[in-house]
Write a protein that binds this ligand. Structure first.
Ligand SMILES: [Zn+2]
Length: 309
């Protein structure tokens, strides 16, 4: 297979899958502007209160691009082309509180990697009315270039926000020299990794250790495999639990066919993560990282923005 662009994932438009996840907690690295919930404390505080419902939006900041299907569905379909998009996600409560998931890539990386129809994710968020005052939390699902690359812009655009990164992801990307080796380095953005590394010890960064209760009705789950510390977000919605799965699977078919993408750091862990994620929500409410259907198959609320649930 030759070397693939990381953005090469493809997508094959296909069916839909779903799943969910759960959460818990652990270490935080700082006390913060808005006080961060102590691990587990939020659950106790919420006892007896109704669980809020959220809406989930996909915001396309790049694509469509075309790659071989085998890139996004493990080693199957090397002779078939498929499309894929680049996204960030928005979890919005009726109260207006907004949780962002991932930052997208930087304009420089978007240009260097020739991402088609690239728009800064901050600008896409503005189209649906996301403002600085409404964002206190940004979840980084993993530190690949197309998911954390625009963090510098997010730090400025959302000055009240804390960024939630798994400790394992942080340690690998910031401290492990292996991340600089060619087959792995191609998937990361060293400038963005440095920005995250420099946040250590500040109130802007929360290093999460495993499953974590982020807010009433919103939980993070460690789901390694694609990277060592990928995390997914389980959200309570009007349809019940839904999961923003990011690259745990690149396309809906990945969950339906039990088949991850070719971008693998730990295949056994990835398979375990599939089981974990799929136990958390119905397949049609588990959203993958790059499937064009998230843009093409759901109600459009603004240019590039669709309501998933
Ligand atoms: Zn990825």
């Amino acid at each position: 297979m030759g070397i693939l662009d990381r953005r090469d994932f493809l997508k094959t438009g296909l069916g839909a899958g779903a799943a969910v996840m759960g959460a818990s907690i652990i270490g935080e690295l700082a006390a913060a502007p808005p006080p961060a919930p102590a691990n587990g404390a939020a659950g106790a505080a919420e006892a007896g209160l109704p669980v809020p419902e959220y809406e989930v939006y996909a915001c396309k900041y790049g694509g469509p691009m075309v790659r071989k299907v085998a890139v996004v569905l493990w080693n199957s379909g090397w002779d078939v082309d498929g499309p894929f998009n680049y996204y960030v996600w928005v979890i919005k409560a009726k109260s207006g509180e907004t949780i962002l998931v991932d930052t997208g890539c930087s304009p420089a990386e978007g240009a260097a990697r020739k991402v088609t129809e690239f728009v800064s994710s901050v600008d896409v968020l503005a189209r649906m009315g996301v403002t600085a005052d409404t964002v206190s939390k940004v979840v980084i699902t993993h530190m690949h270039w197309d998911h954390v690359g625009n963090i510098e812009a997010y730090l400025k655009a959302f000055p009240k926000a804390r960024f939630y990164v798994q400790q394992r992801e942080f340690d690998f990307c910031v401290n492990n020299p292996v991340v600089k080796r060619k087959p792995i380095a191609i998937l990361f953005d060293p400038l963005a990794s440095k920005v995250v590394g420099d946040l250590k010890g500040s109130e802007r960064l929360v290093l999460v250790q495993g499953d974590y209760h982020l807010a009433p009705g919103v939980d993070l789950s460690l789901a390694p495999g694609h990277t060592l510390g990928l995390q997914v977000v389980r959200v309570n919605t009007a349809k019940g639990p839904a999961v923003v799965g990011s690259d745990c699977a690149h396309v809906f078919r990945g969950y339906r066919e039990d088949n991850p993408s070719c971008f693998i750091m730990d295949m056994p862990a990835w398979i375990d993560s599939f089981d974990k994620v799929k136990a958390k929500a119905p397949l049609d409410l588990i959203f993958p990282g790059h499937d064009v259907l998230m843009h093409d198959g759901y109600p459009k609320v603004a240019e590039g923005v669709t309501r998933l649930v």
